[in-house]
Design a protein around this ligand. Structure first.
Ligand code: FE2
Ligand code: FE2
Length: 278
């Protein structure tokens, strides 16, 4: 499909606004734009004239998009950037890297989104564990996006409380299910990403049924409530307001993440050195 580049950039608020978006937001926006163009074309075709654009694709149409991309949607942003340009050399990591070093040097595409979510969680008076879960909930998408709730929980499990990793693990499944009692509605973005008639696979449904009866349900649910994906390109975010919470609730290994021989040290090394071929 041909993209009217200028119209697309203008619709997002110009180049500056786009530079401030993380690549998930950028990819979503581009997809959204392509879809609305596609849908307009389909509408025009069927009616013989430009009709009101159909708002969301079907799951089958989403499936048909797979072969329009040079990457798979499950690939992490750090590993497969979505800009289409050559990758850049990454800044070196310190010898004993901390969570903060990863935020500054490797979580380039996800930091803005999780910081916006954690900022919202802090503003809405969430517990420190929920705020931390919000701060960490999507950063694993730097290396892998598929099943990122489970991957993300594993990445952090040795360093955070069980409740925090629970909230990270299950926010992924809960996002498909509304909870009107706390004002969580099914995201429109999912209609775009998965198709208007998408039905989550059985393992997601089973997980939801189990988690909603769990005593920590609300902790995981609050990650979805504060999940800030109506991205705000003008938001200025910083990790500074969260340093105390990280200090209290994140067990930073003194050898550095990746050097600590934990069961997930290899995952941290992979984020630190994504250019390593084997
Ligand atoms: Fe997520
Ligand atoms: Fe998120």
């Amino acid at each position: 499909m041909e993209i009217d580049r200028k119209a697309f950039l203008d619709s997002l608020g110009g180049a500056d606004a786009i530079n401030r978006m993380d690549s998930e937001a950028r990819a979503d926006a581009l997809e959204h734009h392509m879809l609305s163009q596609l849908n307009r074309a389909i509408g025009a075709d069927q009616n013989g004239e430009q009709s009101e654009a159909k708002q969301y694709p079907t799951a089958a149409e989403v499936e048909a998009q797979i072969e329009t991309r040079p990457f798979r949607q499950g690939a992490g942003f750090l590993v497969v950037p979505r800009t289409g340009e050559n990758v850049k050399r990454l800044p070196p990591m310190p010898e004993n890297p901390t969570l903060l070093d990863f935020f500054k040097l490797r979580f380039m595409e996800t930091a803005n989104h999780v910081l916006q979510s954690a900022t919202l969680a802090m503003k809405t008076g969430m517990s420190e564990e929920v705020i931390l879960a919000c701060l960490l909930h999507d950063v694993v998408q730097e290396i892998i996006r598929t099943d990122h709730g489970w991957w993300g929980a594993q990445l952090f499990e040795p360093y955070v409380s069980e409740k925090v990793s629970f909230a990270i693990r299950y926010h992924q499944a809960l996002r498909y299910y509304p909870d009107p009692a706390v004002g969580y509605v099914y995201p429109d973005l999912y209609r775009t990403l998965f198709g208007s008639d998408y039905v989550p696979p059985p393992y997601i449904e089973m997980t939801y049924q189990t988690v909603r009866k769990h005593r920590w349900y609300m902790d995981a649910r609050m990650v979805t409530v504060n999940d800030f994906y109506a991205f705000d390109p003008n938001a200025v975010v910083s990790i500074d307001p969260f340093l105390d919470i990280i200090g209290r609730h994140f067990k930073q290994p003194k050898e550095g993440l990746g050097n600590d021989n934990s069961p997930v040290a290899h995952m941290w090394r992979t984020i630190a050195r994504p250019d390593q071929p084997l």
